[in-house]
Design a protein around this ligand. Structure first.
Ligand code: NDP
Length: 452
């Protein structure tokens, strides 16, 4: 059977674009359909603008600390429209780069929403296309629970394009996005309230770091409402929003931002015209080869229920394209995937938390920990602390977890993730000479384990 394309990719985000480009480079005839922007969530309403906002927010603290080093620049002021304008220009530049990459690889880009007509046919802007294989890489979208007044809440999507910063904001949730945005808004001078239903944010991360970030956030002036939920939101005549909290208190704020998880974009995609199975939250069920229950339809990235991180989607795309069009039989390795939370300060983490390690290894682990004041704070005068933790399997001496809270934690942990992937032992860490004076050198000078 002759198809228009060997591979038709729905969604030009990180996973879709990488799979399309690699497959085309291996010789496949590839099309990508995208209804919105090139680069997906990460480039447009995720990692990239978030990191730019994180830089912006950190300058308030930098300006304050600079005085201790002799700098006096008066009272710095912050202009939100300038940040948004410059951020938007940078994103447009990246959108163009993505376009160039697709063109250079010989991929056909179709601007429009693709729907699946049957297992080999798609429709875009009223036109039909046929394909041997289809990749669904449509990503996800923020999820806001249904409750009275939920229509007054914004999500991270809107936060990236706010016309003005509110004086006061509530951020709801306790995951990556809520914690990052709470730090961002607070750093930009917004009175910030974080409302989280659990007792301590960042569930699943190492408790020592979570507690230390809690202390840092309190000192920075963020009001943490843990074990609290929002019962209702009401729009006021003055344009503000009144939030009723489950502890009986009320808060009047300019914006309420929900960061309560994301759901896959699988609605109205035409999946019902195929035998593709989805889970109760709409994510596509795939096997280890990213193959759905319809054998020629594949899915990867945030639309499958695995790990919602850009580099993971890219790695999945590399595996899939090599297997389909370069005669390889690779599988994706999900072990020891490092990640960072761009809170203030950052968290970097790879491997098992202490709690996970105790569950798996019982008392056969050694935990090394350090908690100290960053050198910059000695003159800068801040209250920040750096926390580091190494978890070691006592039987093999292998390092099974590395965690850091502190400036540039993501940069430090990226390097340690390589060491862990290579099977580094605590002795390897100990034999490594530190770089002085850095915070990261602490990871190779930790000598005394915690008492069990
Ligand atoms: P997460 O899944 O990380 O966190 C969702 C949070 O919302 C949790 O604290 C959860 O609480 C809470 N929550 C869920 N449902 C409700 C509800 N109905 N009412 C109240 N609270 C609720 O989602 P995010 O939106 O923060 O991020 C999505 C994903 O995007 C992340 O998992 C991550 O993979 C990725 N990401 C990565 C980043 C990075 O690498 N730096 C940055 C941003 C996103 P509970 O803990 O009790 O379940």
């Amino acid at each position: 059977m002759n198809y228009d394309y060997d591979l038709f990719v729905i969604g030009a985000g990180s996973g879709g674009v990488r799979t399309a480009r690699m497959s085309a480079q291996y010789g496949a005839r590839v099309a990508v359909a995208e209804e919105q922007y090139l680069g997906g969530t990460c480039v447009n309403v995720g990692c990239v603008p978030k990191k730019l906002f994180t830089y912006a927010a950190a300058f308030s603290e930098e300006c304050r600390a600079a005085r201790g080093f002799g700098w006096n620049s008066g009272s710095p002021t912050f202009d939100w429209p300038t940040l948004i304008k410059n951020k938007n220009a940078e994103i447009e530049r990246l959108n163009d780069i993505y376009l160039g990459l697709l063109k250079k690889a010989g991929v056909d880009l179709l601007n429009g929403r693709a729907t699946i007509v049957d297992a080999h046919t798609l429709e875009v802007n009223g036109q039909h296309y046929t394909a041997d294989k289809i990749l669904v890489a449509v990503g996800g979208t923020p999820f806001v629970p249904d409750f009275p007044g939920s229509e007054h809440a914004i999500t991270s999507n809107e936060a990236f394009y706010l016309e003005a910063l509110p004086e006061r904001i509530i951020v709801v949730g306790g995951g990556y996005i809520a914690v990052e945005f709470a730090g961002i808004f607070n750093g930009l001078g917004v009175e910030t309230h974080l409302v989280y239903r659990g007792p301590l944010f960042l569930r699943g991360f190492d408790t020592t770091l979570r507690k230390s970030l809690e202390e840092n956030y309190k000192k920075q002036g963020i009001t943490l409402h843990f074990s609290t939920e929002i019962e209702s939101l009401e729009s006021c005549l003055d344009g503000q929003i009144k939030a009723q909290l489950s502890d009986g208190s009320g808060l009047k704020v300019g914006q309420v931002m929900y960061a309560t998880g994301r759901i896959p974009n699988t609605r109205n995609l035409g999946l019902e015209n195929t035998t593709v199975k989805t889970t109760s939250n709409g994510s596509i069920v795939v096997n280890e080869h990213f193959q759905s229950t319809e054998s020629n339809i594949y899915a990867l990235g945030d639309v499958i229920d695995r790990i919602a991180l850009t580099p993971v989607a890219i790695a999945e795309g590399m595996v899939l394209s090599a297997n389909l069009y370069n005669n390889q039989s690779l599988t994706m390795d999900y072990d020891n995937i490092p990640s960072a939370v761009f809170s203030h300060p950052h968290i970097g983490t790879v491997g098992l938390t202490e709690e996970q390690a105790r569950e798996q290894y019982g008392d056969d682990i050694a935990v090394f920990e350090s908690n100290f004041k960053p050198m910059k704070e000695t003159l800068g005068g801040g209250h920040e602390r750096i926390v580091m933790k190494l978890i070691v399997d006592k039987n093999t001496d292998r390092v099974i977890g590395c965690h850091m809270l502190g400036d540039h934690a993501g940069e430090v942990i990226q390097g340690l993730a390589v060491a862990m992937k290579a099977g580094a032992t605590k002795a390897d860490f100990d034999h490594t000479i530190g770089i002085h004076p850095t915070a990261a050198e602490e990871f190779v000078t930790l000598r005394t384990p915690n008492q069990n």
